[in-house]
Design a protein around this ligand. Structure first.
Ligand SMILES: Nc1ncnc2c1ncn2[C@@H]1O[C@H](COP(=O)(O)OP(=O)(O)OP(=O)(O)O)[C@@H](O)[C@H]1O
Ligand SMILES: [Mg+2]
Length: 279
């Protein structure tokens, strides 16, 4: 599950990237977009379903469970959204190895329900103290935690409830859109995040840099995971390769893949994407 009460942190981007990367790794992936108003992930997948056949290209797509045809219609009717979400989850659990849930940048009943069901919560955050505040309030002098944020408390409650049933909840915070310059800010955020991680109880995943490659393929419904080095090597520029490595490191840290073992079947992945993208 991808969540952060803060908007624009990279939730939908990460949700698409993880879902499609895992499809190439042979997993049966389902997605549920709980951002009922924006539907960014759902729109990316709709673009994908139109673009792939139009371009005569074969590539895997996740199963999408939509709560209703026009989810914006039920955004203000959370009891209905909740009921339909539970139904979607039940169906998705029947035929998926992995269910990716994208959530809105705000607190809704249906998003809270998703946080309770998740085994893994991935929280992208921009590298700024504004985003930082959404996870925990920190003393500006000592950099110690004053209190976890409302959002962190939601996750800690979910973890406590799951613990009663012997179920774990892994929470990974991922710094997103890291800028090349800006080293002072980056170091300060990094330090503060480390101390917060210990006090609040999350892991810090490998970061993703700010890269056009993460957003340029939205109109085609494609992600970096679709770009093939084998079929069109000239299109696999070095920034894309570097981005691919970032994504692989992240998937590994999330426990979704085991990297670089010569005997691991996962190694077939990236080179077998069916096509190259030339937008
Ligand atoms: N690593 C990145 N490099 C470049 N652009 C990025 C990166 N991550 C996200 N973006 C861009 O930042 C914007 C916000 O990302 P995204 O829509 O994924 O965030 P979100 O958390 O889902 O937002 P919301 O809360 O509004 O749903 C988008 O334009 C996206 O393309
Ligand atoms: Mg989003």
């Amino acid at each position: 599950m991808i969540g952060n009460e803060k908007g624009g942190a990279g939730k939908s981007t990460l949700a698409a990237l993880i879902a499609i990367s895992m499809l190439y790794r042979g997993q049966r992936v389902s997605v549920i977009d709980l951002d009922l108003r924006q539907q960014s992930l759902s729109r990316l997948l709709a673009n994908r379903r139109r673009w792939l056949p139009a371009a005569g290209v074969e590539a895997p797509s996740p199963l999408e469970y939509k709560l209703v045809d026009d989810p914006a219609r039920i955004a203000d009717d959370q009891p209905t959204a909740l009921r339909l979400f539970e139904e979607a989850m039940t169906m998705a659990m029947g035929d998926s190895d992995l269910i990716i849930i994208d959530t809105p940048g705000g607190d809704t009943a249906v998003s809270r329900a998703a946080h309770l069901q998740a085994d893994l919560i991935v929280t992208p955050m921009n590298d700024s103290f504004v985003d930082f505040d959404v996870i925990g309030n920190v003393d500006p002098v000592t950099m110690r935690l004053i209190r976890p944020s409302h959002y962190a408390e939601t996750i800690l409650n979910a973890r406590a409830m799951r613990a009663q049933h012997n179920r774990r909840l892994d929470w990974v915070v991922v710094r997103n859109r890291l800028a090349g310059a800006d080293t002072n800010n980056r170091e300060r955020v990094g330090k503060a995040l480390n101390s917060l991680a210990e006090e609040v109880g999350f892991r810090i995943g490998p970061p993703l840099r700010e890269r056009v490659a993460y957003r340029e393929m939205f109109p085609f419904g494609l992600t970096l995971a679709d770009v093939s080095p084998r079929l069109r090597p000239d299109n696999m520029s070095s920034p894309k390769l570097a981005a691919r490595q970032e994504v692989n490191a992240l998937l590994e840290a999330l426990g979704l893949i085991v990297l670089a073992r010569p005997d691991a079947p996962a190694a077939r992945v990236a080179d077998e994407s069916a096509f190259a993208v030339a937008p």
